[in-house]
Design a protein around this ligand. Structure first.
Ligand code: UD1
Length: 416
């Protein structure tokens, strides 16, 4: 999907089910490499990033097959510990294989990972943690060679920032290491809990996932299991935003209410009425949204950086001024320029954005800069007068499974 076209100003109503979480499926797929047996993952979204991860697993010598929403990975006899630069550059999450490679082979040869360009995305925390667990690292240009001469061992690790990816790599490596790891300052995102539950289901001994201190007792060998990927809390937010920006009404099925706690108050501040019904959420939006004053992104349980762009999109036509402060990725406001092409009034000051709501946006030809920013352009397009064409829409497909079909199901006019 190179382009996504949306004809706006249709009130969206209806029911949707939330896809499995990309940010959980990717580390879970990597974690299957720690397991010398077959694992079944259910509710795996059909995304280009998932296909890229399966390609890496196959390159390493695993069998990896998709059958509908289920992916079977058998990492009984992997044959390689090197990932070529072209595969590493496909996605940021290729770095998740680092811990599993060291766990299985005691060696890894990788390159700096790719992924969405949303700011500097160093991997120093990942590498430093592996060093603490016994790895010796050599870097030559972009190539990183790692060995664990005496096998991975448990360690005391303090993260200076609760990096989601570093926490996940540490969990996977430590689950198979000799001895116990105390991880202080861990990320607390629900995807971390999902990964720990999967590993524990495979026989790992991880306590405290979802808290700042995680204790991982290494085990000799993991065994296979069947596991269902958690629902995608970011796409849930995007679906709610799509309905809200059009003054619509939606019943969203298959959500985990607790995971959405950081974003629901902001929807309410914008005038939406939200009620929880079993595993579903009902949202009814006012004709025009009210501004949300200030949102500051922060690690979980703070407001997610991945949902920031969708709120920026909604703020464009709210009845006043909204402010967003981005504290995680410095380049996330690169998308703002494209909203301006649709008539939005956004003032940027470094990591702060002031959004002056206008009564109406108009359609335009705009470019997706990254996955979440591109999805947010789609949200804005839904309430814009006339037609919007989003180019580089393949970036959206990295995280949102069949955005065209999803939006059509609740009454949008889209093509892509
Ligand atoms: C994950 C999510 C991404 C989300 C982000 C923050 C996945 C696949 N992706 O990305 O959607 O936006 O969490 O919630 O789960 N940092 C360092 N050194 C490191 C690692 C990170 O300085 O070694 C910094 C980053 O530059 C950034 C911050 O830590 O400023 C957060 O990054 P991190 O939590 O690691 O994000 P990802 O795991 O890449």
């Amino acid at each position: 999907m190179a382009e996504l076209t949306i004809n706006g100003r249709r009130r969206l109503t209806g029911e949707l089910s939330v896809q499995g979480a990309k940010n959980s499926a990717l580390p879970l797929l990597a974690a299957t490499f720690c397991v010398p047996a077959k694992c079944l993952l259910q509710n795996v979204p059909a995304l280009s990033d998932v296909s890229a991860t399966l390609a890496i697993l196959r390159h390493l010598g695993c069998t990896a097959r998709r059958n509908g929403e289920t992916v079977a990975v058998d990492a009984t006899s992997p044959v390689r510990y090197t990932i070529p630069e072209s595969l590493m550059r496909e996605l940021r999450s290729s770095i998740f294989l680092l811990g599993p490679l060291l766990a299985r082979f005691g060696r890894a040869e990788i390159f700096a990972p790719g992924g969405c360009d949303i700011g500097a995305r160093p991997i120093d925390l990942h590498l430093a943690a592996m060093e603490r667990m016994g790895a010796v690292i050599r870097k030559a240009d972009d190539k990183i060679t790692m060995r664990v001469p005496h096998g991975l061992h448990g360690a005391e690790i303090n993260l200076r920032f609760p990096s989601v990816g570093a926490t996940e790599n540490i969990l996977m490596a430590a689950a198979c290491a000799r001895g116990t790891t105390h991880l202080h300052g861990a990320a607390r995102e629900p995807e971390i809990v999902d990964l720990a539950e999967f590993l524990n289901r495979c026989g790992a001994k991880i306590r405290g996932a979802g808290e700042s201190l995680v204790v991982i007792e290494g085990v000799r060998r993991l065994h296979g299991c069947s596991y269902r990927v958690m629902p995608d809390r970011i796409i849930a937010g995007s679906c709610l935003s799509a309905a809200a920006v059009t003054g619509g009404e939606i019943l969203l099925r298959g959500v985990d209410h607790a995971h959405l706690a950081p974003i629901l108050p902001a929807f309410r501040r914008m005038g939406c009425r939200i009620t929880a019904v079993n595993d579903a959420l009902h949202l009814r939006a006012p004709r025009r949204l009210t501004p949300f004053s200030t949102l500051v992104t922060a690690p979980y349980p703070g407001f997610p950086t991945d949902s920031q762009a969708a709120f920026l999109a909604m703020a464009c036509t709210a009845s006043g001024v909204s402010r967003i402060e981005e504290t995680i990725f410095e380049s996330r406001f690169r998308q703002a320029r494209e909203f301006s092409k649709m008539g939005a009034h956004i003032v940027l000051r470094g990591r702060r954005a002031e959004i002056y709501g206008v009564p109406r946006l108009h359609g335009a030809r705009v470019e997706a800069m990254d996955l979440r920013g591109g999805a947010a352009l789609a949200v804005a397009a839904l309430c814009a007068e006339g037609q919007t064409t989003i180019t580089r829409a393949e970036l959206i497909a990295r995280g949102w499974e069949d955005i065209t079909g999803t939006l059509r199901r609740i009454g949008a006019q889209t093509n892509g």
